[in-house]
Design a protein around this ligand. Structure first.
Ligand code: SF4
Ligand code: SF4
Length: 440
């Protein structure tokens, strides 16, 4: 049986270019850039000064806020500057710039610990925060907050998101094939922290090698089960994954914890294991570099702070006819206009597309074909929300439940009139969020 949800689409998955490419450790560049905000929540403030010497894994930024995580240096070297730089999300934020000394001097705290079975739940949560872990699927929610739900939420299932439903991306796929034990050891620790005895690893059926690697390895772990999901976008959305695997529906405005579930990404489980077993902070991640505009597509383990252009050059560089570079997948990723931006904790992919691939369709008024409604995984009416968004009628957008939109891009993908509903809806959603923050 294949688990799935209602709605969604089947885009060309584009994964063939990298799904069989083993993860390669990318060498560190000479200069790395560390934005003080790489997560949802309060930004960090630098805790180093220009001229300071730093080691690998040393904390360089932190905040007193609960919903925030520290930032660590991924190389040893010297703090060269603290200044505003471009973030891959398009904003300009405070960054710590570090000149790499090439010595790779590790911070003293980072080594294997053999006392991890004796750690309490609170000690493990503190280690996860200390390691600066935020969700690595792209959303960037601080993991220690997820692992510490309010006492009235009865969590009984832990889900590990191995769907990787975005086309082109194969970083989770490769992690599941190459290091399944680390993912499962991390899952076991998360289960212990949450006090649950059941975990599902959800993997789309287009990753048979990952399914067999994880299923074989999971035989040695009580309570962890691999579940095969139908290949359909956006199967990896938290709400749709929960619905497919447990039948539970997360109500409008609520969180997975409200239905007793906590969802974590594959590489987040790896990071949790490294944080607890080795006190190793989140200083690297696997990035898929692909798309028809990349000369030599690859999966790299990249140090956080490495500039995009360095990663792209390592993959042979861009082809002549590249029209767009995107961070993340093609459906929900963010277009880039400055390739000096650094890889951050949420950078799952760097994709380059050619003119042919991004050429707009012909614009025309909405013909009410209903495709966007039929495919919207949230059961919304994108054509109406789009029309009200274009008219900037916030009240009407709210009446049509705009805040339930997960910005999956399905409506824009299916619209033959180039109405771009998803983009128009996101602009108004961001505006509503901004206004609500101002009122607070
Ligand atoms: S898919 Fe496009 S043309 Fe069709 S109803 Fe939706 S917005 Fe209108
Ligand atoms: S972007 Fe929003 S409105 Fe469009 S299909 Fe996805 S959830 Fe529905």
């Amino acid at each position: 049986m294949k688990y799935t949800f209602k709605g969604g689409i089947h885009p060309n998955d584009g994964k063939a270019a990298t799904e069989n490419k083993p993860i390669v450790q990318l060498a560190a560049p000479e200069e790395l850039v560390f934005p003080m905000v790489q997560h949802i929540g309060a930004p960090c403030s630098p805790c180093v000064a220009v001229g300071d010497a730093v080691k690998v894994g040393q904390k360089i930024g932190d905040s007193d806020a609960f919903v925030s995580v520290p930032v660590h240096s991924s190389v040893s070297g010297t703090v060269k500057a603290i200044e505003k730089r471009r973030h891959p999300n398009g904003s300009v934020v405070e960054c710590v710039i570090i000149e790499n000394d090439g010595l790779n001097t590790m911070h003293e705290d980072i080594h294997a610990y053999d006392d991890i079975d004796a750690l309490t739940k609170d000690e493990m949560i503190a280690l996860v925060r200390k390691a600066g872990i935020s969700g690595m699927g792209g959303a960037g929610f601080p993991t220690h907050v997820k692992l510490n739900p309010p006492a009235d939420k009865n969590i009984d299932i832990c889900i590990v998101n191995g769907a990787e439903c975005e086309p082109y991306l194969t970083s989770d796929h490769r992690v599941m094939i190459e290091t399944p034990k680390v993912v499962l050891d991390g899952t076991k620790l998360i289960m212990k922290i949450l006090g649950v005895d059941k975990a599902y690893i959800g993997i789309e059926e287009n990753k048979p090698e990952a399914i067999s690697s994880m299923t074989e390895c999971a035989k040695g772990y009580d309570g962890i089960e691999v579940k095969v999901l139908k290949t359909k976008y956006p199967q990896g959305s938290e709400k749709h994954l929960i619905k497919a695997l447990t039948g539970r529906e997360v109500p409008s405005g609520k969180l997975p914890a409200d239905v007793g579930v906590v969802v974590n990404n594959i590489d987040t489980c790896t990071a949790v294991y490294n944080a607890i077993a080795y006190r190793r902070p989140l200083i690297s991640r696997v990035v898929t570099v692909s798309g028809a505009g990349i000369k030599e597509p690859a999966n790299y383990r990249v140090l956080i702070g490495t500039p995009f252009e360095y990663v792209i050059d390592s993959a042979g560089g861009l082809k002549e006819d590249v029209a767009k570079v995107v961070m993340g997948g093609p459906m929900m990723g963010i277009a880039q206009f400055d390739l000096s931006v650094p890889v951050v904790k949420g950078t799952s992919g760097i994709l380059a597309f050619t003119e042919d691939e991004v050429k707009p369709k012909n614009y025309s008024p909405c013909i009410r074909c209903g495709k966007c409604v039929r495919n919207c995984p949230m059961g919304l009416m994108p054509l109406y929300i789009n029309a009200y968004a274009q008219a900037r009628d916030v009240e009407k957008c709210l009446e049509y439940n705009i805040m339930d939109c997960i910005s999956c891009g399905v409506c824009s993908y299916t619209c033959q009139c180039e109405q771009l509903p998803s983009q128009n809806i996101k602009l108004i959603k961001d505006e509503i969020i901004r206004r609500r923050k101002q009122v607070k």
